[in-house]
Ligand binder design. Structure first.
Ligand code: HGY
Ligand code: MN
Ligand code: MN
Length: 404
């Protein structure tokens, strides 16, 4: 069976298109993401891979040894869920490339020395339940099961309820140390979410580290009221405090070179055109190579939020929703990848990935594929067909190399 990454991705190009935002909206366990999960299972079964869905909802597609021994397995994979209005490649590129890499190896009549698996992790983006890499965090025990299960989406549906609605028993969820300990190495191929490869004129890079990153919810409380009957003096409008804070973020971040601080999501309550909001939630994403600087930037932003809230007669609370330290990938594994792919530059990434969670438990690495726009989490994210094929062949080479 021979396919191409481009043809596999075009077979899912209609799934989860977001006509309002552009791009794709494929929240975990939505109809769109469930369609993608079924697509993956069908493609894996076409390749006679042994498919299982574990009790955390992670899909595993195995190319087993004749002996059936899975000790020291080499696992590749990524995610199928997306951010709202996301691109076509963030997640699915890694999954499609893994399927094609297996096609390449079989076309060449090659048999891996150890079991190979493709893993699909749920809720990598954290777009529905608020915590990035929820599936891999559950799998490794990086998040307490009770916290994960109680997370709710905008409709108030908990992760536990939604998981059982798709046939995953929440009572069985939690760390899977037996499976984790059987993994020899994890390698995630992902679209580059930046310009590194464009400027270095290479199709594929090796990952060195993931920037520490976290998410905080800022909740501003004020006095809701009628837009027409309430004079401007004496208002306690939380949207004014929130917007002042948001406008101040760039200068706070710029005071700390290398810091990135973003508010991409603001939700006023009740959200009426002729209504002064009573409450405003704003979600803050802060990242920096040095975790101490990340927390310094967050405390500066918190202080400023309190000042603006006070000015407006409002209050503000800040709640940490997730925090991941800066992760350096396994240096021995990375060296072996560098030996296998001597042309490939080594790049850090500012984007979080399941590989960043697994890295604390198993030797992990990443491959990045050139994105000629350098833009991600946007419909403008792109990968040329030839670079996508280059990524899959290099993944195939890496999967066959003696890299454990
Ligand atoms: O937010 C991130 O960095 C990743 O895309 N989940
Ligand atoms: Mn991703
Ligand atoms: Mn992403």
């Amino acid at each position: 069976m021979s396919s191409s990454v481009a043809s596999l991705l075009s077979s899912i190009a209609d799934v989860g298109q977001d006509t309002m935002r552009g791009g794709y909206s494929r929240p975990v366990y939505s109809i769109a993401e469930l369609d993608l999960r079924s697509w993956f299972i069908a493609e894996a079964e076409k390749r006679a891979l042994e498919v299982e869905i574990d009790y955390n909802g992670i899909i595993w597609a195995w190319w087993d040894l004749p002996s059936g021994d899975r000790t020291g397995a080499l696992v590749t994979g990524s995610h199928l869920d997306s951010v709202p209005g996301g691109g076509a490649f963030d997640g699915p590129l890694g999954i499609a490339s893994a399927l094609v890499a297996i096609d390449f190896l079989r076309d060449q009549g090659r048999q891996p020395e150890q079991a190979l698996a493709i893993a699909v992790f749920p809720e990598e983006e954290g777009s529905r339940y608020g915590i990035a890499c929820l599936g891999s965090r559950l799998f490794t025990g990086a998040i307490p099961k009770s916290r994960a299960l109680s997370l709710t989406d905008e409709s108030g549906t908990s992760f536990a309820e939604q998981s059982s609605a798709v046939g995953i028993d929440p009572s069985r969820m939690g760390p899977d140390f037996e499976r984790l300990s059987s993994i020899g190495a994890f390698i995630e191929l992902h679209v580059e979410q930046g310009r590194g490869l464009i400027d270095l004129e290479q199709p594929v890079a090796i990952g060195s580290s993931i920037l520490g990153h976290g998410r905080w919810r800022l909740r501003f409380d004020g006095q809701g009221n009628h837009a027409g009957t309430t004079l401007m003096t004496g208002r306690r409008d939380p949207l004014i405090a929130a917007s002042a804070l948001i406008s101040s973020i760039p200068s706070i971040a710029l005071d700390h070179p290398g810091a990135r601080a973003t508010v991409g999501r603001v939700e006023p309550i009740p959200g009426g055109t002729n209504v002064i909001a009573s409450q405003v939630d704003a979600w803050l994403d802060v990242r920096h190579p040095d975790d101490a600087v990340t927390s310094l930037v967050v405390s500066r932003i918190t202080e400023r939020a309190q000042e603006y809230a006070l000015e407006q007669g409002c209050t503000v609370s800040v709640r940490e929703e997730s925090l991941s330290p800066t992760v350096g990938f396994d240096i021995d594994l990375r060296r072996r990848l560098e030996a296998e792919l001597p042309q490939a530059p080594v790049l850090e990434t500012g984007a979080g990935h399941d590989a960043g969670i697994l890295a604390a438990y198993v030797p992990s690495a990443m491959l990045f594929v050139r994105n000629p726009t350098g833009i991600s989490h946007s419909p403008e994210e792109h990968v040329e067909d030839s670079d996508a094929e280059a990524g899959a062949t290099k993944l195939a080479d890496v999967l066959m190399a003696d890299i454990r």
